[in-house]
Design a protein around this ligand. Structure first.
Ligand SMILES: C[S@@+](CC[C@H](N)C(=O)[O-])C[C@H]1O[C@@H](n2cnc3c(N)ncnc32)[C@H](O)[C@@H]1O
Length: 186
């Protein structure tokens, strides 16, 4: 298969020329204070307790799974799924020393392949925008959580992104790029 030289194809990272670029991007983004802050809010909205089980859909390099593991403790279970081997391999390297039951699996968000009512919570952070059929993925997320559980989904609104710099032409080009390229058009 010919590899794609695309720096923004989150749907099929394993098929681009430089998959490590995507891991590096996530490392940089996750370290930003504002990212840390909204991510913490998504954990809290899940309303998890010690011993809860939770699924992170499109878990990327797995940092959110590790954070969730601290919340649910040694009796809990946290599973991260991602359709990219590159991400799951990277995430598995980061588990070392964790006491919670953590699993990373290569799976497609459109077909979660877990039984009905398996988890006490489910999240997807900046994933649905990249999916061919986000409604199908959402139905799957609803199916695999127990009744009364929470599902937390976070996505950026690219159309309201603000770039504060004096070069108007370049600013417009950057904003248009993000709006047009950083998500699928549904
Ligand atoms: C922008 S990253 C976000 C990663 C992680 N949720 C985070 O916040 O750091 C999008 C992730 O979704 C994954 N992804 C894209 N399409 C997917 C699919 N059909 N099924 C599962 N994961 C998918 C990508 O491989 C990537 O790791």
């Amino acid at each position: 298969m010919t590899k794609k030289d695309d720096k923004y194809d989150w749907a099929s990272i394993d098929h681009v020329i430089d998959p490590e670029h995507y891991v590096n991007y996530l490392n940089t983004a996750t370290a930003i204070d504002s990212f840390q802050s909204y991510k913490k809010e998504t954990y809290s909205l899940l309303n998890l307790r010690e011993g809860s089980s939770v699924l992170d859909v499109g878990c990327g390099a797995g940092d959110d799974v590790l954070a969730l593991a601290k919340i649910v403790g040694s009796k809990g279970r946290v599973v991260g799924i991602d359709n990219a081997d590159t991400m799951i391999n990277e995430a598995r390297k980061r588990i070392k020393g964790a006491v919670t039951q953590i699993e990373f699996q290569v799976k497609d968000a459109h077909d979660l392949d877990f039984g009905n009512n398996t988890f006490d919570g489910c999240r997807a952070d900046r994933v649905l925008q990249h999916l061919e059929k986000p409604k199908q993925a959402l139905s799957e997320m609803i199916r695999i959580v127990r009744p009364g559980s929470r599902i937390v989904i976070s996505e950026p609104d690219w159309e309201t992104l603000v770039v504060d710099m004096p070069k108007r032409y370049l600013t417009r080009r950057i904003l248009n790029y993000f709006c047009d390229k950083c998500r699928r058009s549904h």
